[in-house]
Design a binder for this molecule. Structure first.
Ligand SMILES: Cc1cc2nc3c(=O)[nH]c(=O)nc-3n(C[C@H](O)[C@H](O)[C@H](O)COP(=O)(O)OP(=O)(O)OC[C@H]3O[C@@H](n4cnc5c(N)ncnc54)[C@H](O)[C@@H]3O)c2cc1C
Ligand code: FES
Length: 326
């Protein structure tokens, strides 16, 4: 039996062949419409129109879907018992990666877990290597953490929208917990003399503020907050953010972290007389990762949008935050 061609992994030639000569039977993974994530595999008869639609999702004109590669895990850095930095050799992805985008990682060669896990790109050297920083949550991330240097890992990416970046404004980047990954990439990739890059980085305690040495290179100014007061200012990121917004002008905000933190950052931005642009990276749970299953939608003022393809980076004014924290 030939290897299955999916909307995600088919080559252009394979997809052309599918368009011209659709198979008798097609297996579709369909999201059950109840906003809890459930994917059901159904086998349907010949459906050229739908197939066209799915192949379009994965076609070359779609900047959201780039490369599926078998990447070598070059190095593993253990930051603490549950937090890891992986460096992958993945030149095609490294060449295209931009801050705010993510990798959709297949954590197992087996059928379970079936779904890939989305992890933000922490850094790309632009031609060979990409890095991610991740926390072990449950099964998927535990399997990823168990991988050893030299192993091959199936990566899809870079996916999603990058942060827009405005050199004409001073950047205030706000990160909560593991949200530091895309924010670090954004700060480091945009080092310049044109504007000032300030990082406000908060966590529960000092030991959960990661990569502090590396952050010094990426930002002009760093303000830490800890909820338990174990380092720097006690409290949440919104305290120093409010002070900065009151004291400075011509800012742009960029944020990644838990949804309640993003909602608070958006509120602070909106309180200012002339609200600065504010971009947030949403971390909704995902299924396919490229816009086909609708498992990741977020409510916006223009209706539901997919976090994986129309996001994860959104203009904060678009998001209806009370329902975004699903
Ligand atoms: C764009 C994006 C970037 C991210 N970047 C980072 C990062 O840089 N570092 C980091 O540590 N974490 C990041 N995360 C979070 C990370 O993806 C999760 O922690 C990880 O998927 C957990 O996987 P798990 O198997 O360990 O946990 P589980 O909770 O067992 O599995 C989570 C996965 O199961 C599925 N799932 C389970 N329940 C639901 C549901 N109700 N609705 C939809 N799907 C469900 C989804 O595939 C989901 O990804 C990011 C998430 C997103 C969306
Ligand atoms: S994860 Fe499938 S549409 Fe976003």
């Amino acid at each position: 039996m030939p290897a299955p061609v999916t909307a995600a992994n088919g080559s252009e030639a394979q997809r052309d062949k599918l368009r011209e000569d659709p198979p008798e039977k097609t297996c579709l993974f369909v999201r059950v419409p109840n906003f809890s994530y459930a994917c059901q595999a159904i086998v349907v008869d010949r459906v050229p129109a739908l197939l066209m639609d799915l192949t379009h999702v994965a076609s070359g004109d779609d900047r959201a879907l780039k490369h599926q590669v078998a990447a070598t895990l070059e190095s593993v850095r253990v930051l603490d018992r549950e937090t890891y930095v992986h460096t992958y050799l993945a030149p095609a992805i490294a060449a295209d990666a931009q801050p705010g985008q993510f990798l959709h990682i297949r954590v197992s060669h087996l059928t379970a877990p079936l779904l890939r896990r989305p992890i933000s790109i922490l850094w790309s050297d632009g031609h060979e290597r990409v890095q991610v920083l991740f926390k072990v949550v449950r099964t998927g991330t535990a399997l990823l953490a168990a991988k050893r240097e030299g192993e091959t890992v199936d990566l899809l990416g870079p996916l999603g929208t990058p942060f827009p970046y405005d050199f004409a404004r001073d950047a205030v980047m706000v990160a909560g917990g593991y949200g530091i990954a895309p924010v670090y990439f954004l700060g480091k990739a945009n080092r310049s003399d044109h504007n000032r890059r300030t990082l406000i980085y908060g966590a529960r305690s000092a030991d959960q503020l990661y990569l502090r040495d590396e952050l010094k290179e990426a930002f002009d100014e760093i303000i830490y907050t800890t909820e338990d007061g174990s380092l720097a200012r006690k409290g949440r990121v919104t305290g120093p953010l409010r002070d900065l917004l009151a004291a400075r002008e011509n800012l742009a905000l960029y944020a990644c972290g838990p949804t309640p933190m993003l909602a608070a950052v958006a509120d602070e931005a909106a309180r200012v007389a002339a609200p600065p642009p504010c971009y947030v990276s949403m971390e909704n749970q995902m299924g396919c990762g490229f816009g086909a299953c609708l498992g990741c939608v977020v409510r916006t003022h223009e209706g539901f949008k997919t976090t994986c393809k129309q996001g994860p980076v959104f203009d904060a004014r678009e998001i209806v935050f009370d329902t975004a924290a699903r």
